[in-house]
Design a binder for this molecule. Structure first.
Ligand code: SAH
Length: 240
């Protein structure tokens, strides 16, 4: 009898994996996930058996992982946190009597925040702009209500070739509720090879360079930029 570990490996490099995530990958017999993610941790995957079935087919991959785990220890890999736009939910939906353990990881918003400064110091939310499984009208409604509620907003899946204008539209919605000097941070490939980032404002934001490897963080009404850092105050009353 084996076990299925649903592992969030963090944003990329081994050094940002939790000790527990590293330990379960090392002790698993089979690794399941996209080749690209498995490559990121290949120094610990070594010559283990790999099951990978390309970009589509999440359901098939999860079913296979569950099946394989009846016999052997299996690590199903997600980047970031496996419970945030990852595989943990689908595994639990499909699970029969297999033993499953979910291992958390550093999600993209936390990774990106550490690079930008401290943008997530107050109430914040994640919104994915991907309409593959969510109606675009619902996405826009969530952006609007998050903006109205003054949440700091992290936009996952901000832009892809199939829906190039969603990010621009989301920014326009947010502008209705936030000042034009509200900071906006973009981080591409946070904490992994190819990392790039920039900090701008709602007024000057250009979506041109944003892609699917990026996350976009929009501050709340109190966020500001100081010495190149994007900061949202927690609310401490500072002595002058
Ligand atoms: N489970 C992942 C999210 C998967 S959704 C997590 O918790 O981070 C995929 C989206 O996450 C990407 O389109 C991008 O918006 C964001 N993302 C994931 N890793 C990232 C990284 N290292 N740098 C910037 N954005 C990242």
């Amino acid at each position: 009898m084996g076990k299925l570990y649903v592992v969030g490996i963090g944003p990329g490099g081994i050094e940002h994996m939790s000790l527990r995530a590293k330990e379960v990958v090392e002790k698993s017999d089979i690794i399941v996930g996209y080749n690209k993610y498995i490559d990121m941790i290949k120094s610990i995957v070594k010559d283990k058996e790999i099951y990978s079935n390309g970009m589509k087919g999440e359901e098939e991959r999860c079913r296979e992982a569950l099946k394989l785990s009846k016999e052997k220890n299996v690590a199903l890999i997600s980047t970031g946190d496996s419970g945030i736009y990852g595989m943990a939910g689908l595994i639990l939906e499909l699970r029969g009597n297999e033993e499953v353990e979910i291992i958390p990881g550093i999600t993209a918003s936390s990774a990106a925040a550490s690079i930008l400064g401290a943008p997530l110091m107050h109430d914040n939310c994640n919104i994915s702009l991907s309409d593959l499984m969510t109606d675009y009208e619902d996405i826009k409604k969530r952006v609007k209500l998050a903006a109205e509620g003054d949440f700091i907003i992290s936009l996952y899946n901000p832009k892809s070739k199939g829906r190039p204008h969603y990010l621009k539209e989301a920014i326009e919605i947010i502008k209705e509720f936030r000042g034009e000097n509200t900071p906006v941070g973009v981080v591409k490939n946070a904490l992994r090879e190819g990392q790039e980032y920039w900090i701008t404002t709602l007024k000057d934001f250009i979506d041109e360079e944003v892609n699917m490897f990026s996350i976009v963080i929009i501050g709340n009404s109190k966020s500001f930029i100081k010495d190149g850092f994007f900061i949202t105050p927690r609310g401490y009353k500072l002595e002058k």
